[in-house]
Write a protein that binds this ligand. Structure first.
Ligand code: DGL
Length: 265
């Protein structure tokens, strides 16, 4: 297999990274995509950085073994814990993600931005550095969201329990004057309709999936890795119960697909 026709490996702690995968598919229709949901170990947000790095390395090893020519860490928490170790271990383009603090401080009119993310992301050195670089232009109010990833993993994107939880996280940010909310976890874009309802039309919601897809396309073009064919396929893996992810795919991916069981690490 030439480098061009090899697949791209994408992973997350669970199904959240599908919010990034949809942007990758739109930007790169000819690429074959392998997606790993580490649902047996979700949520990552409450785990130690060492544990997350171990998982990320094992999943990356699996994806590289499947022929991946590039990796996307479709998870803010795993990026903050593991991207340095991944880049040290693997010599291929690796794209990670971070909460969109920079675009948010540029967009805010009230001078206050709210960042919704996992505790793991918000407590990381990477996030502190990010706020250090761009946070002087606006007040950055952070909100860890324990329990929210589990709502998305269960497929409940708008029920009473999800609404109550999200409302409890968003209200303090709005009360402090935030007019721009950063969706700093890849599970949260799936809650965007509910978030829009809770936050109102005047609050900007910022996510990074499209920017990650653009960055990936740039990296592939630089490496001369863009594919020759035009209709890419997706293969899904889960370390959890494949049937559970299969049940979520129509809702989160827009169509049904088989899910293979991932056994690594
Ligand atoms: N989707 C992830 C993120 O972007 C991780 C969520 C979790 O497993 O806690 O941070």
């Amino acid at each position: 297999m030439t480098s061009r026709s090899r697949p791209i490996g994408v992973f997350d702690s669970g199904v959240g990274g599908l919010s990034v995968l949809r942007h990758i598919r739109a930007a790169l229709p000819g690429e074959d995509l392998l997606y790993v949901a580490d649902s047996a170990h979700a949520p990552y947000g409450v785990k130690s950085a060492a544990f997350i790095e171990e998982r990320a390395l094992a999943i990356a090893e699996f994806l590289v073994g499947q022929g991946a020519k590039a990796l996307v860490v479709a998870c803010n928490t795993a990026t903050s814990a593991a991207i340095v170790g991944l880049r040290r271990r693997f010599e291929l383009p690796i794209v990670g993600m971070e909460p969109a603090v920079k675009p948010a401080v540029e967009a805010t009119r009230s001078g206050v931005i709210g960042v919704l993310a996992t505790g793991g992301t918000l407590e990381s050195t990477r996030f502190a550095e990010l706020v250090g670089r761009f946070g002087s232009k606006a007040r950055v109010v952070v909100q860890p969201c324990p329990g929210l990833v589990e709502r998305v993993e269960s497929g409940d994107l708008s029920g009473p329990a999800t609404r109550a939880l999200l409302s409890a996280f968003v209200s303090p940010l709005l009360a402090q004057g935030a007019d721009t909310l950063v969706l700093g976890c890849t599970h949260y874009p799936f809650l965007q309709p509910l978030l829009r309802e809770l936050a109102g039309e005047d609050v900007a919601l910022v996510e990074t999936g499209a920017a990650v897809a653009r960055q990936l396309a740039r990296r592939l073009a630089e490496a001369d890795f863009l594919p020759a064919h035009s209709a890419g396929r997706e293969v899904f893996f889960s370390s959890g119960e494949p049937g559970r992810m299969e049940a979520l795919l129509p809702q989160l991916w827009g169509r049904a697909a088989p899910v293979e069981r991932l056994t690594c690490g």
